[in-house]
Ligand binder design. Structure first.
Ligand code: AHM
Ligand code: MG
Length: 333
């Protein structure tokens, strides 16, 4: 039988001097949350969780019932055990302080409890994304400012994908490993060791309906992909758009590809759609660890100094040679 996710993490932590077991405990709570979310997503209409909640989040997006339920599940699974000092979620305006009755720990977590939730009512894959940071030394009552750490400071990042199989894919900075949930046993087992993104690809993912809002370098790149061999490229391209970043990045980790949610001028003051702390940074950590490249077009995503919990950034990530080509176009190559 292959390794369980917890066995894998414990063995990985043995190589870290003075590891206290806190991190393993935290991962175990995250796994419990993802198993519960997998259950709720899987039952869907049977337990009455589909549809809109009739509220909006801080970003003005309509919340689904499951956005709220899964946010609550994630918090309840993680607040009690003393591993976290605070949490921040895409679905909450401010940081979540650990309630006074529980001990506070040395980690911070940011998460998107149900990414791609516009897909939930149509029974298409969704996911949970998380990123773990260290709480700054000596801080016992963290504020949002303590979360403003660049992606290079992440201790761990991962996602759960609720698709035909439920999977968890994680990195702690030593490669990327994928685990599949065996529902009969109730545990995740290593099924996709050392995931690697091929450097070349013939598959791109972008929401083409935003085309008129993109900047020139992205217009040029996508135009070339669409024209393929008839437009100056050496190969033809295929396109995919699930509208679930987790599913999209999982496909890229599995068979390569380039994913773009680039800068657009659709709405003043927004630099694209995806959020640095909940989506761009954790996915960048995973993609880079699998040999991919992640950029805004102008900077490496993980080197950005965050300025706000819900900050949006342009995202271009995936197979190295294609991402580097788009970055080159931004430099005027
Ligand atoms: P969400 O966190 O509100 O679900 O939004 C993020 C999702 C990503 O998973 C996906 O890549 C993107 O939004 C899809 O956007 P669009 O609706 O433009 O296709
Ligand atoms: Mg999201």
């Amino acid at each position: 039988m292959s390794k369980s996710l917890i066995q894998f993490i414990i063995e990985e932590q043995r190589h870290i001097p003075n590891a206290s077991g806190d991190f393993t405990g935290l991962l175990s709570d995250i796994i419990s949350a993802c198993k519960q979310i997998a259950h709720d997503v899987n039952k869907g209409a049977l337990i009455g969780v589909l549809g809109s909640a009739g509220s909006e989040n801080i970003q003005g997006e309509t919340q689904k019932k499951l956005d709220i339920i899964t946010n609550e599940v994630f918090i309840k699974a993680n607040e009690w055990s003393g591993h976290l000092a605070a949490m921040a979620s895409e679905e909450m305006d401010d940081i979540y302080e650990i309630p006074k009755q529980y001990p506070r720990g040395k980690y911070l977590i940011t998460f998107d409890p149900l990414d791609g939730s516009s897909n939930i009512d149509v029974n298409i894959s969704v996911g949970t994304i998380f990123s773990i940071l260290r709480c700054p030394e000596g801080v016992t009552n963290p504020t949002a400012a303590d979360f403003m750490q660049p992606g290079t400071k992440q201790v761990c990042a991962g996602y759960a994908l609720y698709g035909p199989n439920t999977m968890m894919v994680i990195t702690t900075g030593h490669g990327v490993n994928g685990f599949t949930l065996d529902r009969d046993v109730g545990d995740f087992f290593l099924t996709h060791p050392d995931m690697q993104i091929p450097v070349d690809t013939q598959e791109f993912a972008i929401n083409m309906s935003n085309r008129r809002y993109w900047e020139e370098p992205v217009q040029r790149y996508i135009e070339e992909c669409v024209k393929g061999k008839d437009g100056g490229r050496e190969k033809n391209f295929n396109m995919r758009w699930v509208a679930s970043m987790v599913a999209e990045i999982h496909r890229i980790l599995t068979r390569g590809g380039i994913f773009l949610y680039p800068f657009d001028n659709k709405e003043a003051g927004k630099a694209g759609k995806l959020r640095l702390m909940y989506e761009a940074n954790p996915m960048s950590f995973i993609v880079e660890q699998a040999g991919g490249v992640c950029s805004t077009g102008r900077e490496r995503i993980m080197e950005l100094q965050p300025t706000g919990l819900h900050q949006r950034v342009p995202v271009i990530m995936g197979s190295k040679n294609e991402v580097e080509r788009v970055v080159g176009y931004h430099k005027g190559a």
